[in-house]
Design a protein around this ligand. Structure first.
Ligand code: G6P
Ligand code: ZN
Length: 543
C-alpha cells in the first residue's frame, strides 16, 4: 500500500450551509470533488495521528463509494482507527452517540438529510466535532477557506475493506472497525427511557406505525421498537434503507409522509404514528386523526419530561430556534428555567448543551433532541412520546389538548416557497430589511406591530455573533410573522414564512390552523409582496 499525493485545484462553492455541504450527486461525482472537501476537513483538524474517526451515512446513492474514499484518505492522514457503520450506514444521531461514547476526535456524516436521493438526487457531507455535534461556524469557515486554495490531497491506494462484515480490518496503519450501527445507540435509549413501561404498553395491545420512509432510521426502529420493546411485527413500514429511498421524499411532514397520515386518518388507525427523515434526526408525531406540530411536541415533552428516567432530575433549560413557536417558552416559565432563542440550525444548541444551560432543544423543522447527544434525534423523540403515552395512558390528542388548556395554544404554520429565483428571493429579503425601522406602531390588518428586526444572536457561552438570521415582525398581541431564506436547499432559493398566533381561550383552541392564521398570512403578503416578487400565488408546501 502506498500513500499518494494527488494534485488538485479548487472547486467553487464548497462552503457548508446550515448542515454541511450539500450538492447534487452529479457534482459530488466529479473527480476530486469529495476528496478536496475531505482534505480540507483534515487540513483544518491538523494532526490526526493516533486519533479515532467515526464514519457513516444514510445509505443514499453514492454513500458506499464515498465511505471507501474517505477511509483511504483517513488512513493517509494517520488516524489510528475509524469506526464505520456496517454497510456504511450510521444515522446522524448514531454518529453523535458513537463519537461521544468512544471519545473520537470527530465524525463524518454522509447525508443530505431529507433531500431526495438517487443518481439525480442530492448528496452531502458534514463534519462533527468531539462533542458529537456539527462543527461550529469557525470550523466550517476554516474548511471552506482550505477548499479555496487546495493544491493536493492525500489518499492511500489500499484496497476497499469489506463493509458488510462486522469486525476489524486495516488500511495502511489505520484500523478500520466495522460496527453494528444500532447497538451503541440502542443502549443509550435504554438508559434514558422506561423500556419496561413501553413494553407493557405494547403487551396491552397498543398499536403504532413508524414510517422509515426508505431511509436510515428503519433498522434502528425495527431493532428497538419491534425487537426490544415488543411492538408487533410490521409496526415499522418502509424500514429498509434504499439508495433512492424507494422514491420517498424522506422529510417527515404531513405532505411527504402521506401514507402514514392516511393510515392515521383511517377507520383502523393505530394509536400512534411517527416518521423520521433521510438521516434519522427528524421526527413527526401523529395521533389518531391528529398531527402534533414540532413546536407543540417540544413544549409537551418539556412539560412532562419527568416521566422519562433520563430526565427525572429536571430540566436545566430549554432552547428553541427563533422561528419555532413560543409554546416552549411558556413551559420554561412555568418550570422556572431559562428558554434560549437561537438562530436556525442545530449547531447553535451545541454550546448551550455543553455548558449545561439547556437540556431539551427543538426546532419547527421537525427536530427535537436533548443533551444525550449533540444532534437532533428522531427515534429519541418517538421513544419519549411512547414513554409519555405509557406513563399517562392518555391518547395523543388528549395530551395535546390538555397542554393547550393549561398553557394556551400557539397556532403555528410554515409556508414554503420552494425553488424560487435566488435573485428575486434576495431582493424580497432586502426590501423587507429596508422597511424594518419604520414598522413599529404601524397597523397591518387586525394587528399593530410591536417591533420588527433582523434576528441577531450572540452565543451566551462563546460570544460568537450571528447576524441576519431572519426578519421577524412581532405584533402587540404576541403574534409573529418571520421571513427567512432556507440554508439547506440545492435548487434556487426557498423562502420560508413562519406564522404564529397565541390563543389563551380554550373555547378558541379548535379552529383549523390555516383559518386561525389567515389574518397573518395576509399581513405577510402585504409586507413582502410575495406573489409579485416570486410569481407564486401560494406556497408550495404548508406544514
Ligand atoms: C437542517 C438543520 C436544522 C434546520 C433545518 C432547516 O435540518 O439541521 O437545524 O432547522 O435544516 O433549515 P433551513 O435553513 O432549510 O430552514
Ligand atoms: Zn435530517
Amino acid at each position: 500500500m502506498t500513500i499518494l499525493t494527488v494534485a488538485s485545484t479548487p472547486f467553487p462553492g464548497q462552503r457548508p450551509g446550515t448542515s454541511g455541504l450539500r450538492k447534487k450527486v452529479t457534482v459530488f461525482r466529479q473527480v476530486g470533488y469529495l476528496e478536496n472537501f475531505v482534505q480540507s476537513v483534515f487540513d483544518t483538524l491538523g494532526d490526526c495521528s493516533g486519533k479515532t474517526l467515526v464514519l457513516g451515512g444514510d445509505g443514499r446513492f453514492h454513500n458506499r463509494a464515498a465511505v471507501h474514499t474517505i477511509l483511504r484518505m483517513a488512513a493517509a492522514h494517520g488516524f489510528a482507527k475509524t469506526l464505520v457503520g456496517q454497510g456504511g450506514i450510521l444515522s446522524t444521531p448514531a454518529v453523535s452517540c458513537v463519537i461521544r461514547k468512544h471519545g473520537a476526535l470527530g465524525g463524518i456524516v454522509l447525508s443530505a438529510s431529507h433531500n431526495p436521493g438517487g443518481p439525480d438526487g442530492d448528496f452531502g457531507i458534514k463534519y462533527n466535532i468531539g462533542n458529537g455535534g456539527p462543527a461550529p461556524e469557525q470550523v466550517t469557515e476554516a474548511i471552506y477557506r482550505h477548499t479555496e486554495s487546495i493544491t493536493r490531497y492525500r489518499i492511500s491506494d489500499g484496497a476497499d475493506v469489506n463493509l458488510n462484515r462486522l469486525g476489524a480490518d486495516r488500511i495502511e496503519q489505520m484500523q478500520v472497525e466495522v460496527i453494528d450501527p444500532v447497538s451503541d445507540y440502542a443502549g443509550l435509549m435504554q438508559d434514558l427511557f422506561d423500556f419496561d413501561a413501553i413494553r407493557a404498553l405494547f403487551a396491552g395491545g397498543f398499536r403504532m406505525c413508524f414510517d422509515g420512509m426508505g431511509a436510515v432510521s428503519g433498522p434502528y426502529a425495527t431493532t428497538i421498537l419491534e425487537g426490544m420493546l415488543g411492538a408487533p411485527a410490521g409496526s415499522v413500514i418502509n424500514g429498509v434503507p434504499l439508495e433512492d429511498f424507494g422514491g420517498h421524499h424522506p422529510d417527515p411532514n404531513p405532505v411527504n409522509a402521506a401514507e402514514l397520515i392516511a393510515l392515521m386518518a383511517g377507520a383502523d388507525a393505530p394509536d400512534f404514528g411517527a416518521a423520521s427523515d433521510g438521516d434519522g434526526d427528524r421526527n413527526m408525531i401523529v395521533g389518531r386523526r391528529f398531527d402534533v406540530t414540532p413546536s407543540d411536541s417540544l413544549a409537551i415533552l418539556a412539560a412532562n419530561a419527568g416521566v422519562a428516567p433520563g430526565y427525572r432530575a429536571g430540566l436545566k433549560g430549554i432552547a428553541r430556534s427563533m422561528p419555532t413557536s413560543r409554546a416552549a417558552d411558556r413551559v420554561a416559565a412555568a418550570l422556572g428555567v431559562p428558554c434560549y432563542e437561537t438562530p436556525t440550525g442545530w449547531k447553535f444548541f451545541g454550546t448551550l448543551l455543553d455548558a449545561g444551560k439547556a437540556t431539551l432543544c427543538g426546532e419547527e423543522s421537525y427536530g427535537t433532541g436533548s443533551d444525550h447527544i449533540r444532534e437532533k434525534d428522531g427515534l429519541w423523540a418517538v421513544l419519549f412520546w411512547l414513554n409519555l403515552l405509557a406513563a399517562t395512558g392518555k391518547p395523543v390528542r388528549q395530551l395535546v389538548e390538555e397542554h393547550w388548556a393549561r398553557f394556551g395554544r400557539n397556532y403555528y404554520s410554515r409556508h414554503d416557497y420552494e425553488a424560487i429565483d435566488s435573485a428575486a428571493a434576495n431582493a424580497l429579503m432586502a426590501a423587507l430589511r429596508e422597511r424594518l425601522a419604520g414598522l413599529a406602531g404601524q397597523t397591518l390588518g387586525a394587528y399593530t406591530v410591536d417591533f420588527a428586526d433582523d434576528f441577531a444572536y450572540t452565543d451566551p457561552v462563546d460570544g460568537a455573533v450571528s447576524t441576519q438570521q431572519g426578519v421577524r415582525v412581532v405584533m402587540r398581541d404576541g403574534s409573529r410573522v418571520v421571513f427567512r431564506l432556507s440554508g439547506t436547499g440545492t435548487d434556487g432559493a426557498t423562502l420560508r414564512v413562519y406564522l404564529e398566533r397565541y390563543e389563551a381561550d380554550p373555547a378558541q383552541h379548535h379552529l383549523p390552523t390555516q383559518q386561525a392564521l389567515a389574518g397573518l398570512v395576509a399581513v405577510a403578503e402585504q409586507l413582502a409582496g410575495i406573489a409579485a416578487r416570486t410569481g407564486r400565488a401560494s406556497p408550495s408546501v404548508i406544514t
